[in-house]
Ligand binder design. Structure first.
Ligand code: ATP
Ligand code: MG
Length: 337
């Protein structure tokens, strides 16, 4: 145990659907891991998304954003659900999440896709192709066509409805722009091997031979598509964490899955993605690498001991609910040397 006890403020945003179930597990895992590593974690729980809409009338209350900004890291569950699907845009849970990302100025989205050896058979790819895949998609989160201006609707000369959106680059050729910037930066990191690929080829290579990738750096829309594609290689959406980072201020850590309203409140949710997001929080958000690695090991250990939620269950393993899986992860955290 280190002699100086470090202390951090964590904002918890459980959100909607299965969010509160999986965040509760991750919180317990963080607390236990912190206590083992001499890290004091102080949690503040706030409203976001549908839960915030119901209680306050807005999807991101001021109080939530200010507490999040003042903390060292933010852990989010998931937001949204059928109940709010027909709301106007500014009253949608998803708008709250976009506002939160903007408010925290997080622009780099890290999405690891790791095929756990215990879950190789859950992959959509053949065993020999999926085995050993361990890659990270780094996606730009605040720019590109999703935020393009000008955008709008109109009609063409035949009276048909049209729509347009804009993607602006600082150079004529999008690919040249990226290439130049990346190559300039790469000179500062001679130990990083760099290669370039067009996105259509990358999409194909991801399912042809994913082991060739270590880190994929890409823009907002391509990163969205490629990371969803990569996620399927790993089996379940319930396994995949993410981190969104800026150049200062707290990072935002969340599972890539949504609020899964179809299984909410039934103790069926897979908490691994959120627990792994908590590990990313320790590693990338607080720089507590050893504590993060303890959590990663505990996840592997829990899988080794055969415990599975329904989404990753296979014959011969032990089917458990979200809560019990949480208990088993805690045991693994505790027992890990
Ligand atoms: P969003 O629009 O918020 O991304 P979505 O509609 O894409 O949400 P999810 O909420 O991610 O969808 O759910 C997709 C499917 O995956 C659902 O059948 C859901 O039950 C399942 N699922 C999602 N997360 C988990 C989890 N942690 N454990 C088990 N099943 C999950
Ligand atoms: Mg989705």
């Amino acid at each position: 145990t280190p002699s100086t006890k470090k202390s951090y403020k964590i904002t918890l945003l459980p959100g909607d659907g299965i969010g509160p179930e999986v965040v509760s597990v991750a919180k317990d895992v963080l607390l236990l891991t912190g206590s083992i590593h001499g890290i004091k974690l102080e949690f503040q729980e706030k409203l976001l998304g549908g839960a915030a809409l119901d209680a306050t009338g807005v999807p991101l209350p001021d109080d939530t954003l200010s507490v999040a900004k003042q903390s060292d890291a933010v852990l989010l569950g998931a937001i949204g659900g059928y109940k709010w699907d027909k709301n106007e845009k500014h009253l949608k849970p998803e708008t709250g999440l976009l506002q939160l990302r903007e408010g925290l100025r997080v622009f780099a989205n890290l999405r690891p896709a790791t095929v756990f050896p215990q879950l190789v058979d859950a992959s959509t790819l053949k065993r020999e192709i999926a085995e050993g895949v361990d890659l990270m998609v780094v996606r730009e989160l605040t720019g590109g066509i999703y935020f393009g201006k000008p955008r709008g609707f109109g009609t063409n000369e035949n009276g048909e409805e049209t729509g347009f959106n804009t993607e602006i680059y600082a150079a004529h050729e999008a690919s040249m722009f990226w290439r130049k910037r990346v190559m300039a930066l790469a000179q500062e990191y001679p130990d990083v091997e760099l290669s370039h690929m067009y996105v259509d080829n990358a999409a194909m290579q991801l399912v042809r031979y994913p082991k060739q990738f270590d880190t994929i750096v890409t823009n907002n829309i391509f990163g969205d598509i490629l990371s969803d594609e990569a996620s399927m290689i790993t089996g379940s959406i319930g396994m995949l964490p993410s981190a969104s980072l800026g150049d200062s201020g707290p990072g935002l850590f969340e599972p890539i899955h949504g609020s899964a309203p179809d299984i909410a409140g039934q103790d069926k949710a897979n908490p691994f993605a959120t627990v792994l997001s908590a590990a990313m929080l320790l590693k990338y958000g607080l720089g507590e690498v050893e504590a993060a690695e303890r959590i990663e090991s505990a996840v592997l250990e829990t899988l080794n001991r055969g415990f599975r939620t329904a989404d990753i269950y296979s014959a011969g393993t032990k089917l458990v609910g979200c809560k019990q899986l949480g208990e088993e992860i805690l045991k693994s955290v505790e027992s890990h040397a």
